[in-house]
Design a protein around this ligand. Structure first.
Ligand code: AGP
Length: 604
């Protein structure tokens, strides 16, 4: 939610900041702005409603020179998207960019107004600018001013502050929203995500919760929550420089769908070699008696799928809950429980808050499945099982989801040892995982057929996805993909539930998409399909070649290459991703940056 970039350098930084914003646009894209101090220490500020491209056009008209600057791409929380609400916000000589929500902003605003401060925006952020300006007016140094003000704020923030009177300084602070310092030679940078800074540095110091830092050209200092100087280790980035490029693909989403065989191979590497599982890094799980998984959105669908695996293979009870629900209810902690969080970003506010609450209420073992090394969830969990999907830029999660499923199968194998999983099942699981990247490759060859089919959905206003067993969460994921990028209302049902209500929705205007691997539930599923067909529903079925389903009136069957039932949820995700992608392209929506959404949901 919102992307921040800042730089203090000897060279002009406007282009660096702009490139950084472009690479952070996945975090929010309703307005953008930049402020740079000129060599004569004049404050230049440009803000635009709309995407970073609008800001880039404006900067062509009003080029900025100067070596110190901050920039921001916004996902609105307080105050509608508008130029006045775009960051940086200004108070006298001081400008601020902010990511997060200041919960006590109304009260602070009243106090500041009583002191004579005039507000130009409806944002919560503007209070930060005036509060720091007030400290500065009283003669407090910028660093100390930020240290004082952060104690007055409740809520979440990552912020960068620049003052015209101190042209070679930036002060940054993090509490609840990520910030990373990019270390250069004679220059330093800050951003919400290292991805923004890869064109200028590969060396990063990740700020921790409560940190404040002073950045100057030749050095930087970090202070903890108690204002004590601390060291934050500089790490060499392993993220590929071109991770933020679309290459030959029209959209990041399509590129990321096609990257799945590679992403899965990377996630298996070192953990499954020559048919042998190496899961020692997960520690001793032999005393675990129950698993609780918490996640949001697509990651929650991965969790729901895993429940089928953990209960049937590892024979451990497994609960799954949406993080925003878990964190606001009283739940019972069973002894010897493993608390698992799943998150692509590792920064999702609800999941992070749920993890913290879980620790408070007595969970003693925590594990996260995450795609971003160094993220908050990784740092705050006992064990991290990293997915190696590479950077995922498209807001609609694709390769992050399938690699989460792979990681969850590995976790199931580790939990199953010495419990339900016998030698034969373990061998079957490793075999299936080994075949998976090639199977995904084969499944991608359905692309042209799915593209041809997509037209029939583009005019529809609703769609229903059906699955049974471990394919039910996959149907849910298919529905989420369709709604988030094509804006078509879509719902998913466990097919056995149809007759309990949703059958009333079936008519020629309601397309029904079914995922039908050839498993023990396929005959039951066929009955559900007949129930829909008899009521005039138009069905599209992704079915195993051997499932015995054929195209007929109102029924289109697209054959999916045969696969082991265990990995079928992963394989059947692919056609649903491709379908939603092609429908969105036909509809002309913004595939990679759908309206109202952001990639990383770091606010509640
Ligand atoms: C899915 O396409 C969405 N981007 C969204 O549901 C996402 O999965 C959710 O916000 C959770 O994000 P996380 O995995 O980074 O925690």
């Amino acid at each position: 939610m919102c992307g921040i970039v800042g730089a203090v350098a000897q060279r002009d930084v406007a282009d660096i900041l702009l490139t950084g914003l472009q690479r952070l646009e996945y975090r929010g894209y309703d307005s953008a702005g930049m402020a740079v101090l000129s060599p004569a220490a004049e404050l230049q500020r440009v803000r635009r409603l709309g995407k970073v491209e609008q800001l880039a056009n404006a900067l062509q008209q009003h080029p900025m020179t100067g070596g110190t600057g901050i920039a921001h791409t916004r996902w609105a929380t307080h105050g509608q998207p508008s130029e006045a609400n775009a960051h940086p916000h200004q108070s006298g000589s001081l400008v601020v960019v902010h990511n997060g929500i200041i919960e006590n902003h109304a009260e602070l605003r009243r106090q500041l107004e009583a002191q004579g401060y005039v507000f130009e925006s409806q944002t919560d952020t503007e209070v930060i600018a005036h509060l720091i300006a007030e400290q500065r007016r009283q003669g407090v140094e910028l660093l100390q001013a930020v240290m004082v003000v952060r104690k007055q704020l409740t809520g979440a923030y990552g912020m960068a502050v620049m003052d015209q009177q101190l042209p070679e300084q930036l002060v940054v602070a993090r509490s609840g929203s990520p910030l990373v310092i990019g270390v250069g030679i004679g220059e330093h940078f800050v951003a919400s995500d290292q991805l923004a800074l890869l064109p200028v540095t590969q060396r990063f110091a990740f700020l921790e919760e409560g940190d404040v830092a002073l950045l100057q050209r030749h050095d930087y200092q970090v202070f903890d929550l108690n204002d004590q100087a601390v060291e934050r280790r500089v790490q060499e980035s392993t993220v590929e420089h071109d991770a933020g490029d679309k290459g030959a693909f029209r959209h990041y989403m399509l590129k990321e769908i096609y990257e799945q065989p590679h992403a899965i191979r990377q996630t298996l590497a070192g953990r499954l070699e020559n048919g042998e599982l190496n899961l020692e890094a997960l520690g001793d799980l032999s005393d675990i008696e129950q698993v609780q998984i918490i996640a949001c959105g697509t990651s929650y669908h991965a969790a729901m799928t895993a429940r089928y695996w953990i209960e049937s293979l590892a024979q451990l009870p497994c609960n799954v809950e949406i993080a925003s629900e878990f964190r606001y209810r009283r739940s019972v902690v069973r002894p010897r429980s493993l608390l698992v969080t799943i998150s692509q970003s590792g920064e999702t506010a609800d999941t992070l808050a749920a993890l913290r609450l879980a620790k408070e209420i007595g969970y003693q073992r925590t594990l996260t499945i995450c795609n971003v090394p160094g993220s908050s969830l990784v740092r705050e969990s006992d064990v991290a099982l990293m997915t190696c999907a590479g950077v995922e830029v498209g807001v609609a999660s694709t390769k992050a989801f399938t690699t989460q499923l792979v990681a969850l199968l590995l976790l199931t194998a580790a939990l199953g040892r010495g419990r339900g999983l016998d030698v034969h099942q373990q061998a079957a699981l490793t075999d299936a995982l080994q075949q998976l990247p090639d199977l995904i490759d084969k499944t991608l060859s359905m692309n042209a057929d799915i593209q041809a089919l997509a037209q029939r959905f583009a005019e529809k206003h609703h769609a229903l996805f059906l699955g049974r067993g471990s394919q039910y969460p996959i149907a849910m994921e298919g529905a989420l993909k369709l709604k988030e990028i094509s804006y078509i209302h879509a719902e998913a049902y466990a097919a056995g539930e149809l007759k309990h209500g949703p059958l009333a929705l079936i008519d020629a205007e309601m397309p029904i998409i079914v995922v039908a691997p050839n498993n023990q539930l396929v005959e039951k599923l066929k009955s559900n399909i007949e129930e829909v067909r008899a009521r005039g529903g138009e069905l599209t079925i992704f079915a195993d070649e051997a499932a015995g389903l054929t195209t007929s009136d109102n029924v289109t069957v697209l054959p999916v290459t045969h696969c082991d039932n265990l990995i079928a949820p992963i394989v059947y995700t692919l056609p649903l991703q491709l379908l939603s992608y092609h429908v969105a392209v036909i509809k002309g929506t913004d595939v990679d940056q759908p309206r109202n959404l952001a990639k990383s949901v770091t606010v509640e």
